[in-house]
Ligand binder design. Structure first.
Ligand SMILES: NC(=O)c1ccc[n+]([C@@H]2O[C@H](COP(=O)([O-])OP(=O)(O)OC[C@H]3O[C@@H](n4cnc5c(N)ncnc54)[C@H](O)[C@@H]3O)[C@@H](O)[C@H]2O)c1
Ligand SMILES: [Zn+2]
Ligand SMILES: [Zn+2]
Length: 383
């Protein structure tokens, strides 16, 4: 089959690899219909992780069941399914409590597994024609047959639940004011989730104009941080007040004001979003941090950043009595509910999708999405 294979910094190829096989009676093989490129893939693509060449990328996968292991109870050939990017077992101490992003059996020695991702276990990615899905009864979310809502459902693998997770970590509630850093796919989904949850005011901070335009379209107030300190811009709009809640949908590769928007070229300040959040949020607020921070960054801006040690204003955080939540999204906690919002017409997350292209166009799509040019906001590969 064909698959997207990591070759080294700023290089992927589409090449022939062996087909996946049923390795355990609980596995299914899914014929992929949609697999998205994620901002998380860019950390590997840019050589900012320990990823080695040869990884098949793709953790945002949906398709149709093509083969079923003998022990699988709930799925049949032909079923339409979407898989959380997390691989979970369903029976370990963390999966049992709903923390499927921290499964302790699918990636021995580590809490958390995913498809096609460095340090997340042996699971191949789904930017390919077929995918092996372990513990299939647990990991496959059933979808209505047919091809309706394809691009909405594809976002259930990661960014819609992850954006929602940011608002859950921050406990965003009706009538609140929220600032969301990042109007990438995750940030836009967090902004959208704030609106779904009834926030009164949502500020979306970025410096890529097409992305800020999408945030405006769904009812948020866009804040371009290249125009000046975003904290001051928001305070000025609010008569000096801060906000109730904040969400960091940027992570450790945060750009400095005025630097290039292209991921590989920007000047970075890895702690800038964390400190801006502490600065803007009102006392007793809650900060949700789905944006990625890593314990090892080969391209870190200084010695601390290289080992994930960032300087944050903890004194201010304590003085304000703030809370914060971090970590991988436990996609399975939300995906069935978010699916049903899509089916009932109450959520249409596909507004974020800018490009749907064949698998063969993955090389060009990675390049443009990484440079954040030509409106490349969210790309779905259709093998
Ligand atoms: N916790 C999880 O489970 C999970 C899941 C998926 C993605 N992520 C992470 O979420 C983050 C966002 O993912 P994405 O796909 O939207 O990535 P992305 O790279 O497409 O988007 C990030 C956005 O942040 C903007 N940005 C950069 N510096 C900024 C700053 N100083 N202030 C405000 N905005 C700034 C960029 O211009 C870009 O639009 C990444 O770190 C990704 O790894 C986490
Ligand atoms: Zn993703
Ligand atoms: Zn588990």
């Amino acid at each position: 089959m064909k698959a997207v294979v990591y070759q080294g910094p700023f290089s992927v190829s589409v090449e022939e690899v062996p087909d996946p096989e049923l390795k355990h009676p609980n596995d299914v093989i899914v014929k992929i219909t949609s697999s998205c490129i994620c901002g998380s893939d860019l950390h590997m693509y840019e050589g900012r992780t320990a990823a080695e060449p040869g990884i098949i990328f793709g953790h945002e996968n949906m398709g149709v069941v093509a083969e079923v292991g003998s022990a699988v109870k709930s799925l049949s050939v032909g079923d339409r399914v979407v898989m959380p990017f997390n691989v979970g077992c369903g029976f370990c101490k963390n999966c049992q409590r709903g923390y499927t992003g921290f499964c302790v059996t699918v990636n021995p020695g580590f809490a958390g597994g995913a498809y096609g991702y460095v340090a997340m276990g042996p699971w191949r990615g789904g930017q390919a024609e077929y995918l092996q899905v372990p513990h299939a009864d647990f990991n496959c979310l059933p979808l209505p047959a047919g091809d309706e809502f394809e691009s909405d459902f594809a976002l259930l693998a990661d960014i819609f639940p992850t954006g929602y997770h940011g608002t859950e970590l921050a406990d965003v509630s009706p009538g609140e004011s929220v600032a969301v850093w990042g109007a990438g796919p995750v940030g836009l989904m967090a902004t959208y989730s704030c609106i779904i949850r009834g926030a009164a005011e949502v500020y979306s901070i970025d410096h890529v104009q097409e992305r800020l335009d999408k945030a405006s379209e769904i009812g948020a107030t866009p804040i371009n941080f290249d125009d000046g300190d975003p904290v001051q811009q928001i305070r000025d709009m609010r008569g000096g007040d801060g906000v109730d809640k904040t969400v960091d949908a940027v992570g450790y590769q945060a750009a400095a004001q005025g630097s290039s928007a292209a991921g590989g070229e920007q000047d970075e300040i890895p702690n800038v979003v964390l400190n801006e959040m502490i600065d803007l949020i009102n006392p007793t607020g809650i900060m949700g941090i789905p944006g990625l921070y890593v314990p090892s960054d080969p391209g870190g801006v200084d010695e601390g950043a290289k080992r994930g040690a960032l300087s944050i204003n903890f004194g201010k955080l304590f003085e304000k009595g703030l809370k914060l939540g971090t970590g991988q999204c436990n996609v399975k906690q939300y995906n069935a509910y978010l699916r049903d919002l899509i089916i009932s017409g109450k959520a249409t997350p596909s507004f974020v999708v800018s490009h749907e292209v064949p698998l063969d166009d993955a090389v060009d799509a990675y390049d443009k999405f990484d440079k954040r040019i030509d409106g490349y906001t969210k790309v779905i590969l259709n093998p």
